[in-house]
Design a protein around this ligand. Structure first.
Ligand code: NIG
Ligand code: FE
Length: 411
């Protein structure tokens, strides 16, 4: 039996019962906070919380770890619903190329980008990839991440895609917080299939998907729907094939161009549409009539100097927004969600309340774990963050560049 009591909490954030599983539009401004509170966690579950004044005390003090959180906030751990945390090598040479004026697309066209990562990944063993990914998982956990979605997509062959997904499965087994696996075989066309799209799509559908289903290696299916990558029709075919194996779509759309991917993904039952640096009025309308959550990735916009998603337009249309890191070696070499909080405030004009909703309750929805994560409610998992001593909650995105998290409970 493990018992944790956190007392004298300056603010217990996102706490309450019967909270809605998705916070939308103007409601994103509202963040339920109990001031001067306590929280009790038993065997990984939230068993009691409330105001210090109303705390009944503990009768049985055996084996209780007591944490005094005077001056500190407690929040639900951040959920990162979009990462590519399994990769073989960093790509700082492309970063330098971009400084010198090349664009992300130009670098990809000359053999860099996703294909560069795929080459490197084919050279590494499952064990090496696992060890290196676990280091990153531990690091992001220390910054407040307590749930992770992880994509394949740097394999691009049957063998290497399976290798990546097996690494993700091992990560799942080695941490006690939720890890969701997304199959992203349709991340780019490998060089040998550059002129033979049919051949690669057949490989995905006939060779990769059956094996993935047999070994139960994925929860979701993703496609990078973009010019020079996968067309709308190709995305549709792949998502439909994935759905036959029970894989729910969660897709990369509208990063550089609007190709109709948002409405198509919604039509196919997507849980989330991610990126949306570009967005049309039709996309907004389609989202309004759906249960699909727009997920924005400001660290990617920052790092490759592309427009930031228009979060205000989306929220002001009454829609929910989730934020995620997109941690990957090409467009976002950090999985620190405190950076995401800050960029979303500064560059996308989201308020501190909105960004915290977007990284807790809405992010839990975006990875299908709202029942157990995303808020501090009785019976939910006790995966929470304790901040350092800070003057206010807005201080977290405000004082960018520092780690404001003292401890993330539940690894
Ligand atoms: O989400 N846009 C597609 N996929 C990744 C980048 C992949 C890479 O450059 O390695 C993203 O930004
Ligand atoms: Fe991504």
């Amino acid at each position: 039996m493990s018992k944790i009591l956190i007392k004298n909490i300056k603010g217990l954030v996102q706490s309450g019962e019967n909270l809605s599983e998705l916070v939308k539009g103007s409601n994103m401004q509202y963040l339920p906070i109990l001031e001067n509170a306590f929280l009790a966690i038993e065997d990984d579950l939230i068993v009691e919380y409330g105001l210090m004044d109303e705390w009944g005390g503990i009768t049985d003090w055996r084996d209780v770890e007591v944490i005094d959180a005077e001056g500190k906030y407690v929040l639900p751990a951040f959920c990162d619903s979009h990462t590519h945390i399994v990769f073989a090598k960093s790509r700082e040479e492309e970063f330098v190329d971009r400084i010198k004026g090349l664009t992300y697309e130009e670098i990809a066209l000359k053999g860099g980008g996703i294909l560069n990562s795929a080459r490197r990944l084919s050279e590494k063993s499952e064990d090496e990839l696992f060890e290196e990914a676990m280091k990153r998982v531990k690091l992001v956990n220390s910054y407040g991440t307590g749930a992770l979605e992880i994509k394949s997509g740097y394999g691009l062959s049957v063998e290497a895609e399976l290798k990546m997904l097996r690494v993700i499965k091992r990560i799942k087994k080695n941490v006690s917080f939720p890890v969701k696996a997304t199959f992203l075989g349709a991340h780019a066309f490998p060089t040998e299939f550059k002129e033979n799209h049919r051949g690669y799509i057949d490989l995905i559908i006939n060779k990769m998907l059956p094996k993935i289903a047999e070994e139960k290696l994925a929860d979701y299916i993703d496609v990078f729907c973009e010019r020079n990558y996968f067309s709308l029709e190709e995305m549709e075919e792949i998502l439909l094939a994935g759905k036959k194996y029970g894989l729910i779509p969660k897709v990369h759309v509208n990063q550089f161009s609007i190709m109709g991917g948002v409405s198509k993904a919604i039509e196919l039952g997507a849980l989330s549409v991610d990126h949306l640096e570009e967005i049309s009025d039709e996309d907004i309308e389609a989202l309004k009539n759906s249960t699909c959550i727009p997920t924005l990735l400001p660290s990617c916009s920052h790092f490759i100097s592309i427009p930031f998603a228009n979060a205000r337009k989306i929220i002001d249309a009454g829609l929910p927004v989730a934020l995620a890191s997109d941690f990957n070696p090409g467009t976002t070499p950090t999985g620190n969600l405190q950076v995401v909080l800050s960029l979303a405030c500064v560059k996308m004009k989201m308020t501190p309340e909105e960004v915290i909703n977007a990284l807790t309750i809405n992010a839990a929805y975006a990875m299908g774990i709202s029942e157990t994560h995303g808020s501090i409610s009785l019976g939910k998992k006790g995966h929470v963050i304790i901040t350092k001593e800070i003057p206010s909650l807005a201080y977290i995105p405000y004082a960018f560049g520092d780690n404001h998290i003292e401890k993330t409970i539940g690894f």
